[in-house]
Design a protein around this ligand. Structure first.
Ligand SMILES: [Zn+2]
Length: 212
């Protein structure tokens, strides 16, 4: 795939809490950062998302008496997975992983999400109520972007929902499989099925990097 001026690289939540030693660590999470940096060098536009929660976030298991992380509950907008506390605003866990610093430096925008305590946000485009926009769609449109290339963490949640919403918003979407990691095999398989059904293309980083 040849990268063109109307492409944007979307780097999803490359944060400490999603890497080894973090509060919601994804296996191999830190290992994707060098690949992300290689990709970012090739793009004119790089946009990063940042999970950015307050302690009273509805999706934290700690806010529901006796509830365990990785179980689901009903909230005002539907089913919601409960998580360990993570990516607290201003905490070291919410910081970008140091290995992805060149990409963050190059990025023209950081889209923060999940800051509404009453609604979690996986997608970079919409909160989990599927209605409240983050502003990313308008930003991309004003920049003339027609295709987004996604990488980051995690494949089966925030990358998945961002890619699905990109298609819903009229953008082409490409996921770089080896520049992302999944939380669990079952949800990763489900993400792959959704991508195939929606026309989200999955490539390897080499498919982009070997073409100058
Ligand atoms: Zn989160």
């Amino acid at each position: 795939m040849k990268i063109v001026a109307t492409d944007a690289l979307l780097v999803i939540d490359p944060q400490n809490d999603f890497c080894e030693g973090g509060r919601l660590a994804v296996a191999g999470g830190a290992g994707v950062m060098p690949t992300i940096n290689q990709l970012a060098e090739r793009f004119k536009r790089v946009i990063v998302t940042q999970d950015w929660h307050t302690p009273d976030q509805v999706s934290f298991a700690s806010n529901h008496d006796g509830a365990a992380p990785f179980t689901e509950i009903d909230v005002a907008y539907g089913r919601q997975m409960l998580w360990p506390d993570h990516c607290l605003q201003g905490s070291p866990g919410a910081d970008f992983h140091p290995d992805v610093a060149p990409t963050v430096r190059k990025s023209s925008a950081v889209i923060r999400k999940g800051y509404n305590p009453a609604v979690d946000s996986y997608s970079g485009f919409f909160e989990n109520d599927r209605r409240t926009p983050t502003g990313l769609s308008g930003l991309l449109r004003e920049l003339g972007v027609t295709r987004v290339v996604l990488c980051g963490l995690a494949y089966d949640y925030c990358v998945r929902f961002t890619a699905e919403d990109a298609v819903r918003e009229g953008f082409e979407a490409v996921v770089i499989r080896d520049a992302t990691r999944a939380i669990a095999p079952e949800t990763a398989a489900e993400a792959g099925r959704r991508f195939a059904a929606l026309g989200v293309i999955e490539l390897e980083a080499a498919d982009l990097l070997r073409i100058a």
